[in-house]
Design a protein around this ligand. Structure first.
Ligand SMILES: Cc1cn([C@H]2C[C@H](O)[C@@H](COP(=O)(O)OP(=O)(O)OP(=O)(O)O)O2)c(=O)[nH]c1=O
Length: 688
């Protein structure tokens, strides 16, 4: 391959170095890994909030964001007691159309707005890339920067409304600039691509290889002149500008900018940033003009249209001086739409009212569902559809009046259907939703999980205020039991509670298991260990999906002794059970360690203990797979779930970048994430 040929002379030089990809993008990781460089992944915490209105051309915005992403990681690593990297690579991809910059959509409506704008038209995809070379000195670290960008033109076919929504509902658009992924389903929307395909996916590989080649060839030839220099600055005519942070007027939110971060303030040495855009240079820090990028380098040709979405530099400066902050994750278009809406709307609209009512009244809906489930209403109507309220009341041993209210509530929530048999008589039956999920033996029954919500989570949530004030779980207040270890002290303290908890985990694993087991190609793994695998329901999904895989379920003795109640799992001879405590005992040997809904139960210190044990048990190439609702995943319930973990355990929900960070500390890299449409996000990392 051409890229490998270009890189091969420098690979031996790179091989002893700590190279860090400052990106959580699985696409960048995949593309770079294919080049054969060994690197670690430390996703950047830099918030993409630079003020777009202040950049003359869109590629400048992408390049500056890439620089800030890379610098944030380069600065954080030595300060967080990690090693100082030799090279940090950052990137930022944006889509531009009709003078607008489109980043990742914040929700489905945002994705819809973006994709309908792209429909039937040509747009540009820019990726800005920054390479920071770090050089440790006695009194700190010197940073040197090389940056460049690449443009690719993409034309979309005309997209019908149905196509748009089908694509949006696939979940693919959400973590991708412009709301599409050319490498997957989004490829079907594309009529043509002019330029580097990988650039659209998030990383201009060819351009990057050329830059690396230039850097290291250059360094070889200049090393005689200055053997202590890592850098390129000595030959560059543009090496004099010294910045420790982005120019203040570039950041939309001063509180979020690197300027205010103590990490940056304590940085021991200035950062040398090479401005590569202006002026000719024979140095590799000088931007190599490429076919794809030439047109856009002419800044005068870039003009934002006079539309609703235009902000002039002056307006943005005024905004800054008035301390107006935009919501962090809001795209430029949306932010401006919001501010326009704020000025125009004098009263809330229907959607606002619906949303707020749903939030305020949500608990009533949940409790109605819990009650109907507990009283076995869905079981009854599954076996005997068409009963009226009096008949239902009689069967569930409840009052007619109360049953009528409950059934009507279930109808309005879409859980039951009602039909008027006569003017006096209404009869009820399960809806499709209830048939799938709510009766006890439904194919994806959540009945037991709903009981867990009702019996355990509901009382814990009633003490949420104390949980927030005190910063601890609320088992003692809710159930009168102290719980140092919630599993040993609370869930497994009596047989009845233990069985209820196991049933709940079993039902949730049955509903989510297939999506987790099939998120990645696991054909290269022969043995897996499902840590805290409870009844084996998740393990069973893995062996069903992967014929060559055997799974050992490792769980506490109290759990394993009861697991035989859960047939037919014990009939699958590729699922076996081992009793032990994963914090204390030796872990069974495996190629793949599965942690499904486990780490969210524990604070960071404990997660590190467990990851370190897994890392010790793993050979290079072995993997750890984490299945959880991540805070940056697709379900709107992940943040409320985090509150739930807080009231219930000492744990929390985390971001993908937090897991990536933790895993990289234990020698894992090559991280990928899949957002299933089934509650859980699945994250995999390999031992390097
Ligand atoms: C247009 C397009 C974008 N993308 C992705 C590439 C990037 O991951 C993402 C753009 O968002 P970025 O902000 O560039 O990157 P990121 O948030 O994924 O990762 P990080 O900030 O940690 O580096 O969109 C595709 O995967 N396919 C496509 O066709």
């Amino acid at each position: 391959m051409r890229a490998t040929m270009l890189l091969s002379p420098v690979i031996p030089k790179l091989s002893g170095k700590l190279i860090v990809l400052a990106s959580g993008s699985p696409r960048r990781l995949e593309i770079l890994r294919n080049v054969g460089i060994r690197f670690e992944v430390v996703p950047s915490w830099f918030k993409e909030t630079l003020n777009k209105g202040l950049f003359k051309a869109p590629h400048e915005y992408a390049v500056e964001t890439a620089k800030q992403k890379a610098l944030e990681v380069a600065r954080r690593m030595p300060l967080k007691h990690l090693k100082t990297p030799d090279m940090v690579i950052g990137a930022d991809t944006i889509v531009t159309i009709d003078g607008m910059i489109l980043e990742k959509p914040i929700d489905k409506q945002d994705a819809y707005r973006m994709l309908s704008r792209l429909s039937g038209k040509e747009h540009s995809v820019f990726t800005g890339v920054a390479i920071v070379i770090c050089h440790e000195k006695e009194n700190g670290v010197d940073y040197q920067m090389i940056d460049f960008f690449e443009e690719t033109k993409v034309k979309f076919a005309h997209l019908s409304e149905d196509m748009l929504w089908e694509y949006i509902n696939s979940g693919e658009p959400m973590d991708k600039a412009g709301g599409y992924g050319i490498q997957a389903l989004g490829g079907m929307l594309v009529e043509y691509v002019h330029g580097d395909f990988f650039n659209v996916m998030g990383f201009p590989l060819n351009h990057f290889c050329k830059q690396i080649s230039l850097i290291y060839n250059h360094r070889t030839t200049s090393s005689n002149q200055d053997s202590a220099s890592v850098g390129l600055s000595h030959n560059s005519p543009h090496n004099t500008s010294i910045l420790t942070q982005p120019p203040p007027n570039l950041t939309a939110q001063s509180s979020q900018s690197p300027t205010s971060s103590p990490i940056h303030n304590s940085s021991p040495s200035p950062i040398q940033i090479h401005h590569t855009q202006d002026g000719p240079s024979s140095s590799p820090v000088h931007k190599v003009k490429r076919k794809g990028s030439e047109g856009t380098a002419d800044e005068s040709s870039w003009k934002l249209p006079d539309s609703l979405f235009t902000h002039t530099a002056a307006e943005c400066e005024r905004q800054d001086s008035e301390n107006t902050t935009l919501p962090q994750t809001t795209s430029r278009e949306q932010a401006i739409e919001l501010s326009v809406a704020e000025h125009e709307a004098s009263e809330p609209n229907k959607e606002d009212l619906e949303k707020i009512t749903e939030l305020v009244d949500g608990f009533k809906a949940s409790k109605a569902l819990f009650t109907a489930s507990r009283l076995h209403v869905f079981d009854l109507l599954q076996s005997r559809p068409g009963l009226d309220a009096t008949q239902v009341a009689q069967e569930i041993e409840a009052s007619v009046k109360g049953t009528e209210r409950l059934l009507e509530a279930c109808v309005s929530l879409g859980l039951l259907k009602s039909k008027e048999r006569t003017s006096q008589k209404t009869v009820y039956e399960n809806t499709r939703l209830a048939a799938w999920f709510l009766w006890s033996d439904a194919p994806f029954s959540l009945h037991e999980y709903i009981q867990h919500c009702n019996n355990t989570l509901w009382p814990l949530f009633s003490h949420l205020e104390s949980a927030v004030r005190e910063g601890t779980n609320q088992h003692e207040k809710a159930f009168g039991k102290k719980s140092k270890d919630i599993f040993q002290d609370a869930y497994f303290s009596s047989k009845e509670v233990k069985l209820r908890f196991m049933n709940a985990m079993h039902s949730i694993a049955k509903v989510t298991g297939k999506a987790v087991a099939t998120a990645f190609d696991l054909s290269s793994y022969k043995t897996a260990c499902d840590l805290g695998g409870c009844t084996g329901a998740m393990a069973y999904e893995f062996t069903t999906a992967h014929p060559g895989l055997s799974v050992t379920v490792f769980d506490l003795p109290a759990v394993v002794e009861m697991s035989e109640h859960f047939h037919p799992l014990h009939t699958d001879n590729r699922v076996s059970f081992v009793a032990g405590d994963f914090f204390k005992d030796e872990l069974p040997k495996a190629d793949l360690y599965i942690l499904a809904r486990i780490l969210h139960d524990w604070p960071d210190e404990k997660v590190h203990v467990l990851l370190s044990k897994i890392a010790d048990a793993c050979k290079p190439g072995c993997a750890v797979l984490i299945a959880e609702t991540m805070l940056d995943g697709q379900t709107p319930y992940s943040a409320p779930q985090s509150v739930n973990m807080h009231a219930q355990t000492e744990g929390m929900k985390r971001r993908e970048s937090q897991y990536a960070d933790m895993l990289s500390k234990h020698g894992f890299g090559c991280m990928r994430v899949v957002h299933t449409l089934n509650f859980l996000d699945v994250f995999i990392a390999n031992k390097m």
